[in-house]
Design a protein around this ligand. Structure first.
Ligand code: PEP
Ligand code: MG
Length: 897
């Protein structure tokens, strides 16, 4: 079996399509080599070796060694150097991890591997640069000691142990602070000695001198890092399966640190924050690539390269164009210039904000680089919500005080209490506080805190620092490199513009402009929301709004599945229609009684213990409902509305607190004891499986009669007023055909009466929810009565999994952690289990009633993966909350392309 794929000198074993096997980095290095770009030679150890490694007690396949040797030979041939050569310039390599997608938490780079006590002397001789050679060796021992041998900070230590050795050396030797670049070759040589002693002291082992031992050790560290905590946290957040594994890339070193004609940089072919078509990135003269991303020295904008190295800059611009043309997407690149010669070390599709992604896609269709279908596929549906996220309220922000500026690294507006440490941010966020994570610079250790925070502010680091990339991808607001922010971790304070802010004080940041404000600032809706919902003309002129509208036009062109909304009020219906919904898929009629005094009438109805009392209460409810329905039909402008009859889980509606009970007793003018008694009588151990849904109407048909009358009278009135009401009456929680028959008979009976009374024909239909496994399994019988099905996947999930939707929070975390379920099944449909019930019901429904209208109205209707599943099984529509309508439309279009 082939475990090692080489590349170099315009030839490569692999190519860009082989990301699963070679990881993203390895596949693209092969691809760049193939298209003739200057890539130092190297090879990839495949992800299958990672899988083997974990399946076989952390050992390697026996045939690997020979393949590694062949890989190294290939590099040696191209470079003209030998690995481990102690007499001539030795071949040194960089070792990097490479999963399918780049992943924070994975082992970083080890540079200069291959140096030892002999080869370092050869390097001195070949370069005649003693300082450079020993500096490389010193750095190598430090990186290798840290990530491979685990010489790291222990509990109670303030600094990295290698840094402590350096500090002590400087102090002992120079008795003052000097910078690293002042260290002489002899100093570096001494540090090498001390570093090795440190390794021996901490690990009990001698630092490996044999380059082959070094290489195997480094590969093992990459594979080992696949299972470290940070990588696991990241995978969980992004639902990356642990089986994927990582690849290892070994590449011949090129040196950006040989002097002032060398340097390293990272860049995006277009601006990943706002989408503008401009070359965007940073570089450092006389530095290795790691120095740029580490955020230790603040780098220069890449455009400045034009002044200092015009030839390399021109070459880089050519590479930029070639890459975009070839990969047909914005690329994120790493490069090194060694003595005026350009080398490409990496390319990948650039991570981007939702706004930038939207602009890239729109621009690239215009530039004829991609088709509109590709543009639709390029915008991740779940990221679309970022575009709808709030911005600062314009009038408030004018009054706010700007106290610092930094780089705009993740757009949007965030306001919150500041915390200086990831763990404390998590705790505060769990308490419901809005948190801003404020750090000197963020490192992968801060990931949990970044996830918990509304926004991230750093004092140091560029727009391509790891922190900025991660923030952008998560859609977090981020301002980085705000040099005016001075942080004291021990005192838990930030001094900005002469003002001291303590932990828990409010700050606000604008990640679109890079501005930091004192205090709390009110946020306002995004231009897209203002343009769509409030018909704001200014907002409609913005490029963001126009690009969004264009994207949605393309979506409509592609979509088969239509998108409705779950709405209980005319206002919600109007919003959803502005977002492009084509009707209501679920009105939860019990929700119409949450407001004001209405809950009293509802409670009166629930608590009634005889028919007469119940009918009195129902008579109070009827006009409320009729008016509401009228308003909804009016807002819908002829679009259909699925009205679901009462389904009040009793525990949500009963007055439990003593004051509520007293209050209700007063209003109803009955003794409180009577209410207490009735509440006690109605108490259920398992209310989610209790007296809910159609069970209510089966026992008390008068409830169904009242609701049918309210809907149908409103429809008749609306139709007369010219609004073309199309009610689809929906009976909940049906498991038996007979349940539905009884309820439907009542609806038809009332409909006949109302049509006669109002002298108007009403275009209504009656169907059912499929949300009980028995209903799904007997859907053929149920379809004899039901004119449509709507999948109530909240209850269907709860009943199929036997997991209470109200109580699963206490254990579901452990389920995702242990990968029993990939995602929360109440958020993203369990396609294998619940999905099977959906499929069965679709098939059986179609058998009885070919072409039966099929929808979904559970929470899953707004989840991109679930929407794609719904498309696959052939549903007619999905229904979700108004603000998720754009997300569902995009996902539906993507499913259809
Ligand atoms: C469902 O069960 O999926 C549903 C939409 O109904 P409810 O959430 O009101 O139970
Ligand atoms: Mg339900």
């Amino acid at each position: 079996q082939k475990y090692v794929y080489t590349w170099g000198a315009a030839k490569a074993d692999g190519d860009g399509s082989m990301k699963n096997l070679l990881g993203g980095k390895g596949a693209n290095l092969a691809e760049m080599t193939r298209i003739g770009l200057p890539v130092p030679p190297g090879f990839t150890i495949t992800t299958e070796v990672c899988t083997y490694y974990y399946a076989n007690k952390r050992t390697y396949p026996p045939s690997l060694q020979a393949q590694l040797e062949a890989g190294v030979k290939n590099m040696e041939k191209i470079m003209g150097y030998k690995f481990g050569d102690a007499s001539n310039f030795p071949l040194l390599v960089a070792v990097r991890s490479g999963a399918r997608d780049s992943m924070p938490g994975m082992m970083d780079t080890i540079l200069n591997l291959g140096l030892n006590d002999q080869t370092v002397l050869a390097l001195v001789k070949a370069t005649k640069n003693e300082r450079f050679a020993w500096d490389c060796y010193r750095r190598f021992i430090q990186m290798y000691g840290d990530v491979v041998l685990g010489v790291q900070k222990k509990e109670g230590e303030d600094h990295e142990p290698f840094e402590t050795v350096i500090e002590k050396f400087k102090h002992d030797t120079y008795h003052k602070d000097i910078v690293d670049s002042d260290l002489t070759a002899a100093d570096q040589q001494e540090l090498v000695k001390r570093f090795k002693a440190l390794v021996k002291e901490r690990t009990g082992k001698v630092f490996p001198n044999d380059p082959w031992d070094q290489l195997r050790g480094a590969a093992g560290a990459v594979f080992g890092s696949w299972m470290n905590d940070r990588a696991i946290v990241y995978r969980r957040k992004y639902n990356i399966p642990s089986e994927w594994g990582t690849a290892v890339n070994v590449q011949a070193m090129v040196y950006g640190n040989t002097g002032d004609t060398s340097g390293s940089g990272v860049a995006f072919t277009r601006n990943p924050a706002n989408g503008v078509n401009e070359f965007y990135g940073e570089f450092l003269i006389n530095a290795q690539g790691e120095d740029v991303v580490a955020g230790v020295r603040t780098p220069e904008p890449v455009l400045k390269l034009k002044d200092v190295m015009p030839k390399s800059y021109a070459e880089l611009l050519k590479v930029r164009a070639t890459l975009e043309k070839h990969f047909k997407d914005v690329q994120d690149i790493e490069f090194t210039i060694q003595e005026g010669k350009l080398f490409m070390l990496q390319t990948r599709n650039g991570k981007r904000t939702a706004a930038a992604g939207l602009k890239f896609a729109a621009d690239m269709v215009r530039e004829k680089l991609i088709t509109w279908e590709t543009a639709v596929l390029r915008n991740p549906a779940d990221q679309l919500e970022q575009l709808l996220a709030p911005i600062f309220d314009l009038s408030e922000v004018k009054k706010a005080k700007v106290i610092a500026t930094g780089l705009p690294a993740g757009p949007g507006a965030a306001t919150g209490k500041i915390y200086f440490n990831a763990d404390r941010s998590v705790i505060a966020a769990e308490k419901g506080e809005k948190v801003l994570l404020v750090r000197v610079e963020t490192s992968p250790e801060d990931l949990r805190g970044m996830i918990a925070a509304e926004g991230i502010l750093t004092a140091r680091g560029g727009v391509s620092s790891h922190a900025a990339l991660v923030a952008r991808q998560m859609g977090k607001v981020c301002v980085c490199g705000a040099a005016g922010v001075q942080i004291d971790y021990d005192a838990k304070t930030a001094t900005i513009d002469g003002q001291v802010f303590k932990e828990g004080d409010f700050l606000s940041i604008d990640g679109t402009s890079g501005t930091v404000y004192a205090g709390q600032i009110k946020t306002a809706p995004s231009e897209i929301i203002s343009g769509l919902i409030s018909d704001d003309k200014e907002a409609q002129k913005t490029e963001k709004f126009k690009n969004y509208v264009q994207l949605m036009k393309w979506c409509s062109q592609a979509t088969k599945l239509s998108v409705r909304t779950n709405a209980d009020t005319p206002e919600q219906a109007r919003q959803a229609i502005a977002f492009g919904a084509v009707g209501i898929g679920l009105v939860r009629t019990e929700h119409m009684f949450f407001e004001g005094d209405r809950i009293d009438a509802m409670r009166e109805m629930i608590l009634a213990d005889n028919l007469a009392d119940r009918e009195t209460a129902l008579a109070k409810l009827l006009p409320y409902q009729r008016d509401d329905f009228f308003g909804i039909f009016k807002a819908l402008k002829g679009f259909p509305a699925t009205v679901r009859f009462l389904d009040p889980p009793l525990h949500e509606f009963l007055p439990h607190a003593k004051e509520q009970q007293m209050d209700l007793a007063r209003k109803l003018n009955i003794p409180v004891e009577k209410i207490m008694h009735r509440v006690h009588e109605l108490h259920e151990f398992n209310p989610m499986l209790g007296f809910r849904g159609c069970r209510l109407g089966i026992k008390y048909p008068e409830i169904t009669r009242m609701q049918a009358r309210a809907v149908l009278e409103a429809a008749a009135d609306a139709t007369k007023a010219g609004f073309k009401a199309k009610p689809e009456i929906m009976i909940p929680l049906v498991g038996f055909k007979k349940e539905l028959d009884l309820q439907v008979a009542i609806v038809h009976e009332v409909a006949a009466q109302v049509q006669k009374e109002k002298k108007v024909k009403i275009a209504y239909s009656v169907g059912t929810m499929i949300e009980i496994p028995r209903g799904a399994l007997t859907a053929d019988e149920i379809a004899q009565t039901a004119e449509f099905f709507s999948f109530g996947t909240n209850d269907l999930t709860q009943t199929c999994l036997g997991m209470s939707r109200d109580d699963s929070g206490s254990f579901l975390g452990a389920y995702t952690e242990n990968e029993i379920v990939k995602k929360n099944p109440f958020a993203s449909i369990d396609q294998t289990g619940v999905g099977q019930l959906v499929k069965i019901a679709c098939e059986k429904g179609n058998q009885t009633r070919p072409g039966i209208k099929l929808g979904i109205c559970g929470e899953h209707g707004g989840d991109p993966d679930s929407v794609k599943f719904c498309h696959k099984v052939g549903l007619t529509y999905v229904s979700c909350s108004p603000y998720r309508v754009p997300v569902a439309r995009l996902a539906a279009a993507q499913a259809a392309i």
